[in-house]
Design a protein around this ligand. Sequence first.
Ligand code: NAD
Ligand code: WQD
Length: 354
Amino acid sequence: MLKSYKNKKKILVTGGAGYIGSHTCIELLNTGYDVLILDNFSNSSTSVIKNIKKISKTRINYIQCDLRDLADTKSILKKYKPEAVIHFAALKSVIESVRKPYHYFSNNVSGMINLLGAMEYSGVKNIIFSSSCTVYGKQNNFPVDEKCSLNQAQNPYAHSKQICEKLIQDMCNYNDFKAVILRYFNPIGAHSSALIGENPIGIPDNLAPFITRTAHKIYKELTVFGNDYKTPDGTCIRDYIHVVDLAKAHVKSLDYLLNKQEKFTIDVFNLGTGKGVSVLEVIREFERCTGVKINYKFGPRRKGDLPVMYANPAKANKLLNWKTELALKEMLVSAWKWELRNCKREFSFRNYYE
Ligand code: NAD
Ligand code: WQD
């Protein structure tokens, strides 16, 4: 029997069928919000919605819409009239953004502009935005906190996030919008049910899905991009955060946005663990906690990779009353369980390296 609540606060989640959005919808439903997902399913599918229902045992509505369609976006917002929008919908591949910059500006920036326009049109003024640690660009001191300057974007994806942050800032400064901007570090892992997780189409750019698919023998070996960095073991350091911890931060952010008494117009938070972990440490921890060996080799550095990036999450810990609870072990075990359950993939991927 599905739970359903009356008089709940309504939240519109763009990109809610995606990796981070779907985990966030579960936390929102568990907290008692009414959720409407707006997604064009360009990088997800409606089966995710079924699984969100299964996990949360709660009704959830969705609507297929592309944010680049202003008329449709306006009419959805006008009709649903949410208290707030959580805006995940975007393209996210750094490598693809270098090949197709226009595609990234059209989808991520035009999508953002239309959403802000539709919000203004329908009188919805509260927004939470999915930003990224990539907006910091090259930094010399770690951990990075929210006061660090935003340096030159290293690729069109990063640039699209910097632009979106600025657009939101102006809507808050000049148009009485209220916003929380969340800069995610490296989200990995999956829901403990293994019903939802990250499912990159084609060859993954990111480390965690490449590790699980290598463990699954879909790929013959993992290439570690560079072992000559000035780090303790020579490989790059990142701040990996469990997607469920990340999802919970959105519920806290919503509470901050909708219920905080003091007047604020825009606030920015880093979402990370505050702990830097090297590529080799991730591989070893995966092997230790799953018992599965990873076939890897060292290769050249990947262009544009920063040697080190990890967060100072103190501001989110304090003001959002949020901190991460799940360790690297839980991230990797959940990612592995998800991989094993979600092994149906096209033949062409399986044979890519053969
Ligand atoms: P995802 O691709 O799994 O989810 C994005 C969802 O948005 C997908 O369901 C896709 O179909 C939808 N979408 C894309 N463009 C759309 C459009 N124009 N209109 C409607 N729907 C659209 O990505 P994710 O990993 O869940 O990332 C969510 C957000 O977090 C993105 O904004 C991303 O840039 C940001 N982010 C992700 C990471 C990460 O490593 N995953 C890190 C930092 C920031
Ligand atoms: C992590 C580490 C690689 C793959 C990206 C985006 C960033 C944000 C998070 C969205 C790096 C190494 C990887 C492989 C490897 N996303 N690696 N072999 O680059 O830190 O960040 O995702 O906003 O904007 O840039 O994440 O998972 O690609 O890489 O050695 O096959 O793993 O060199 O050191 P990254 P990642």
